[in-house]
Design a protein around this ligand. Sequence first.
Ligand code: AMP
Ligand code: MG
Length: 501
Amino acid sequence: MRWAGYAGAMKTLADQLDNSFYQRFNSATPALLSAVQPAPLTNPRWGHRNLDLMAELGIDPAAPGLLELLAGSRAPSPLTPYAAVYSGHQFGHWAGQLGDGRALTLGELNGADGGCWELQLKGAGPTPYSRFADGRAVLRSSIREYLCSEAMHGLGIPTTRALSLVDSDSPVQRERVERGAVVCRLARSFIRFGHFEHFHYAGQAQTVATLADYLIEQHFPDWLALPAEQRHLQLFANTVTATATTIAAWQAVGFAHGVLNTDNMSLLGDTLDYGPFGFLDSYQPGFICNHSDSGGRYAFNKQPMIGLWNLNALANAFLSLLPSELLVEQLGSYQQQFEAAYRARMTAKLGLPAAADAQQLDAVLQPLLALLAEGGADYTRFFRRLALFGSDQEPALAAEVGEPWQQQAWQQWRSSYTAALTEQPADADQRQLSMLAVNPKYILRNYLAEQAIQAAEAGDYGQLERLFAVLKQPYAEQPEYDKLAALPPAWAAAISISCSS
Ligand code: AMP
Ligand code: MG
């Protein structure tokens, strides 16, 4: 009976899944992808299902066989799951061939919204690109990826999505033995800068062009009519813009990715590969979230510059498609595009009129960031409470800063902020509402993820469930969950997040 039910569900899902990427690149030489069968976990079971996303995509969460499919217990016959090869620059050095070492793509799904999603299982066993590793992902890191991708989506930041989390009894050796898990994650495309680098440095200009044209067909069909050089230039320009605007969104919300290697960079600018990421607690511009990043290459305030470094690596991989002058010209526009996007976000966070120019913004923002860095106020909580400025609830804002609020430097800032707000007076209630809509109350602080992980490891998914639901609406007040917006407890300082996953 179980088998019959499973086969029925397979048909439903296979009806929805397509595999155009596989068909296009199956015979590329040298190979871009390898057919891979998932390796089953022991006693797989749902850790969590993203019911809203399943509903959006028309997936029945109770369909027989769904667990088996999303756990990697069985292949999505008749489709061929595959892993793709890529290369990349890691921590500034050419790392050579990498690839989907623990990810395999099931196929593509057309969402009800007209969008197309690639479905990938992470942790479903080894692939030809696993090198010396086991192809697995532990529950701890899977929960972090699962929660953070949906938290980022809730914040309105371009990102891969998470559809499901499967727990198991498979032992996986890291610093200690942990349980293996599989996340089903979705991307508009999993094509990375590293895919282009791989084929460029292998001397395969034809595959570089095919990859570019595949992306254009899938995501920018209007450009297909353009001559090759023009459409490839559009693609590169779009990646420059998307990278600049996504990183601007990270900086505004206080998100540090942690491992901005070129193999973790999406051509579409979506946040990809959640590992040792971190959100700022107190405002420290040089915050390093990844314990393995001893040199601080990927510190919070380095991210905008690293975005350009990575785009430069991508530009090199585009040299067979475009003259270098055109690539350099696009790279030259990055800084200005980043600044414009960052300024727009910070202007809104501060509740300043959208028409405020760079000088007006900087006059308020730069001294504020300096004061926050000096005083160690919590970044998220300060901006959330900034909506109270000038109201009878302002003491709650002052409390975030503490005693320094009374000092001259803060009082000076208060005066300049008051002046900036009154220069083009808007309705105070309206300003408050618009500020609350862009300054989140809830972010995925490390300690919250850690609590959800510890409970899940002990078999209790209640905390994860609650956190997941709250982080979906980070700008909503949700007063019953105030505790999840609290300052981190003292023990949080000892949490160390490394590349181990
Ligand atoms: P990351 O730092 O997670 O982006 O991974 C860098 C590279 O190592 C990618 O090619 C991954 O697929 C690969 N990798 C990481 N962990 C594993 C693992 N447990 N098994 C196989 N490959 C892995
Ligand atoms: Mg990666």
